[in-house]
Design a protein around this ligand. Structure first.
Ligand SMILES: Cc1ncc(COP(=O)(O)O)c(C=O)c1O
Length: 394
């Protein structure tokens, strides 16, 4: 008889849902959409390949022997300096105020490890980016969901958040602006108001600014910068704007006073972000500003097309949109959001994510990552949606 092999598993992991996109797509793969086409708006993936300029540059970089080695643990100093030059509220920072990470998810995990102790309560506006909820739980932190108001377009209200801090005694908060999944852009004035209160209370705010290029006024109030390293850290990415999702490169602006401690985490987890990916990001930051803007203009056009189309819907309702995403109320009160998403897929070919993956209170919603697909395809997808909406009747 074969010996019984005992499975050793961290107790916490068994209480965390498996990554939702893969799981949902597996369920959807059993369905044949009526129209035959699939419009995949599940995961936020750029609809364009890495700019050819970057690829050409990497061809040269690949031949340099130093690029096959580790970079400095905190990341290439040229890239760190370039980020400071480009960032709206980092002008007075030094390279040691930040580290280069293997993407924004790695940066967020590092920030949570850096600032909090097991058992701390952390506020998470709901609907939330599910990887943040998963990271909090994995680290033994308590994820305290704060339901945002759909009638208010899921906008951040500093006073309401302060009330939540008083009620829960939470030690931190994760904000995502522009937001995933709702697309909403938080007002810098509300963020500043919140920081003015939290910074006197030993509370840490982490802002995930993965989609910052979609907000022309992102953190534009100059007073915000003084909180970096003093109650505020910023998590960023090159995945979406430079189309470098597979390269794995982002950053964490944590403040110079946390530099030594953040290096302990970095060295233990990855030693450094991928060296060639850092070269790609550096070149992209220096040379691809117009290319990035052109892509953003194209995505904004898709946003306008979606917004126009939504005026013809009677049963579906566009509740918020921006950057990459739209958060849409579906009409099927009796269905779970997963059932509603599968029904929509079958009828229209539009593959979205069920609202419940962004919080259990979000079952009336679906998330459309409309930036994923080109204008013409989006037009066809939305025509299918309009036809389906009309078929459902008033
Ligand atoms: C809010 C947010 N943060 C982080 C990430 C992951 O970014 P990266 O590829 O840089 O890890 C995503 C990707 O969808 C995201 O939407």
């Amino acid at each position: 008889m074969a010996p019984q092999i005992k499975k050793m598993l961290n107790n916490i992991l068994s209480q965390i849902e498996i990554p939702p996109i893969l799981a949902f797509k597996k369920k959807a793969s059993a369905i044949e959409p009526k129209q035959g086409f699939v419009f995949d708006m599940t995961q936020a993936v750029p609809s364009f390949p890495t700019f050819s300029k970057i690829i050409d540059h990497l061809r040269d970089e690949l031949l340099k022997p130093e690029n096959s080695f580790y970079s400095d643990v905190p990341g290439d100093i040229k890239l760190r300096s370039e980020i400071i030059k480009h960032h709206p509220c980092a002008k007075n920072l030094s390279p040691d105020d930040l580290i280069i990470t293997a993407g924004a998810n790695h940066a967020a995990y590092t920030a949570l490890t850096l600032h909090f102790n097991i058992g701390d309560k952390i506020l998470l506006p709901e609907p939330y980016y599910f990887n943040h909820d998963m990271a909090l739980k994995m680290l033994g932190l308590e994820s305290c969901h704060v339901k945002m108001d759909s009638a208010n377009g899921f906008q951040l209200d500093a006073d309401l958040m302060i009330e939540q801090f008083k009620k829960t005694k939470a030690k931190g908060l994760i904000l995502v602006t522009p937001n995933n999944p709702t697309g909403v852009i938080y007002k810098s004035s509300e963020i500043l108001k919140l920081l003015n209160w939290t910074s006197t209370k030993k509370i840490q705010i982490i802002i995930d600014e993965t989609y910052m290029r979609f907000d022309k006024e992102h953190l534009h109030l100059s007073e915000i910068s003084k909180f970096i390293g003093h109650g505020l850290s910023l998590v960023g990415s090159f995945s979406k704007t430079l189309s470098l999702t597979g390269y794995r490169v982002g950053y964490l602006i944590q403040g110079v006073n946390f530099f030594e401690n953040v290096l302990k985490i970095q060295d233990t987890m990855v030693i450094c972000a991928p060296t060639l990916a850092q070269k790609a990001a550096l070149f992209g930051l220096k040379e691809c500003d117009q290319d990035v803007q052109d892509q953003i203009d194209l995505i904004n056009e898709r946003q306008r097309i979606l917004s126009e189309s939504s005026k013809n819907w009677t049963r579906f309702k566009l509740c918020s949109f921006g950057a990459y995403f739209a958060f849409i109320q579906h009409p099927f009160e009796e269905l779970s959001s997963e059932e509603a998403a599968l029904k929509l897929f079958q009828e229209t070919g539009i593959l979205t994510l069920p609202g419940a993956v962004f919080g259990l209170g979000q079952s009336r919603f679906l998330r459309f990552a409309y930036a994923n697909i080109h204008k013409t395809e989006l037009g066809t997808a939305l025509k299918n949606l309009c036809d389906f909406d009309q078929l459902l009747g008033p």
